[in-house]
Design a protein around this ligand. Structure first.
Ligand SMILES: Cc1cc2nc3c(=O)[nH]c(=O)nc-3n(C[C@H](O)[C@H](O)[C@H](O)COP(=O)(O)O)c2cc1C
Length: 367
């Protein structure tokens, strides 16, 4: 495997270079993944404050729903809130299986919202999207339709780049990622992100980076972004260096660690990796995140929404389980602050029980 393609090599390994996505240069070559229910305006803002993500993405937006709202003179989808004023670059991800519906929405996103990238979801494994709407990862079984959707979007969005995000296939027995990646490139997409699992895998097992690494040698020029299971800056660096990708995308691990992108950028550039913020600083970051969520969604909805983010911030810390049990029941702002005050892990607990972390790991709310 030639791992040097698309990169510059030095004595220290592969030197990070910008990913060329249409007319854009994305640098650092580290991307914040789209995550429904999570990568809203507030989360993106917190990530942006730390830096390190060369491109950020919204949650996936249902194109058919957007068109329906538009035709019924309703407000645009909630998930597009704030993006007109938001700093760029920003990718908005959309999903559906109908080329014309997708084209209609793509055009709106380009004209009205002036987004940097229109990204298409070909990876979602959730039944509501696959079985009910024949969209997301369901489309991996139908490369012709994928071609029709992408090429139509490319046509109407130009010169704004159109990208795609996919999994390795629908099932372990039908992994057609090479053929699909070639189709995506032929249809004119400016980049492709590959999550190294199949739809059938959902989140089971490990992401298969060897398969991700195979893809690039079968393509002409389209950049490949690898995704799956990146938890530490060192893993991001390793993936970038060894798996023949132009960029690395991080999703779940950064939900409670929005500083992971900045740490990963340092790792890629061979700079000292900034340490994690202290636990007290992390508490303050979480409270800042909460304020942004409330500003956007109002106190009640914001508090409900923040329960799961708060769990992510506490994850892997001593006392996280206890904190989770309390925070997942708060309903008001004062309850939220009270529980954080009383139960958010402290430096003292961390010092006392660094060995008792194992059972605190899973945070169900983080998917
Ligand atoms: C709660 C949740 C929501 C997600 N929503 C989306 C989405 O809207 N669009 C998408 O392309 N992928 C979505 N994903 C998949 C992630 O973008 C990513 O591909 C996957 O989590 C693997 O990366 P990771 O191991 O770094 O988490 C979602 C994942 C999770 C856990």
């Amino acid at each position: 495997m030639d791992t040097s393609l698309g990169s510059t090599s030095s004595g220290n390994g592969k030197v990070p270079v910008p990913i060329r996505i249409g007319p854009m240069q994305v640098y650092p070559p580290i991307l914040q993944a789209p995550m429904a229910g999570y990568t809203n305006f507030a989360y993106r803002q917190v990530v942006r404050e730390f830096g390190g993500a060369g491109l950020q993405a919204t949650e996936m937006v249902n194109a058919r729903g957007f068109v329906w709202l538009d035709e019924h003179d309703c407000e645009h989808p909630d998930r597009l809130w704030g993006i007109k004023e938001e700093p760029r670059p920003l990718a908005v991800q959309i999903w559906d299986n109908d080329p014309e519906t997708m084209a209609k929405v793509g055009r709106r996103l380009v004209d009205e919202y002036q987004v940097s990238v229109v990204d298409i979801n070909f990876g979602c494994p959730v039944k509501q999207v696959t079985e009910k709407a024949h969209s997301g990862s369901y489309l991996l079984r139908d490369p012709d339709r994928m071609y029709a959707i992408i090429s139509r979007l490319v046509e109407v969005c130009a010169p704004t780049p159109v990208t795609a995000k996919m999994r390795l296939g629908c099932t372990r027995d039908t992994m057609n990622y090479i053929q699909v990646a070639q189709t995506v490139e032929k249809a004119g997409a400016a980049a492709l992100t590959v999550h190294g699992r199949t739809a059938e895998d959902f989140f089971k097992g490990s992401a298969d980076w060897n398969r991700i690494a195979e893809i690039k040698q079968h393509l002409d020029h389209m950049p490949i972004i690898g995704n799956g299971d990146m938890q530490t800056p060192e893993q991001v660096r390793h993936a970038y260096q060894h798996y023949n990708v132009d960029g690395v995308m991080i999703a779940r691990a950064a939900l409670g660690k929005p500083w992971l992108f900045a740490q990963s950028a340092a790792a890629l550039e061979g700079r000292p990796i900034p340490p994690d913020p202290s636990i007290e600083e992390q508490r303050q970051i979480m409270l800042h995140h909460y304020e942004l969520v409330v500003e956007r969604f109002g106190i009640h909805r914001g508090t409900m929404l923040m329960r799961k983010f708060a769990c992510c911030y506490a994850q892997n810390k001593p006392g996280a389980r206890h904190f989770r049990a309390h925070i997942s029941r708060v309903e008001t702002q004062s309850e939220f602050y009270e529980v954080v005050e009383k139960f958010f892990p402290t430096e003292l607990e961390a010092d006392q029980s660094s060995t008792a972390l194992a059972d605190e790991r899973a945070c169900e709310s983080c998917g």
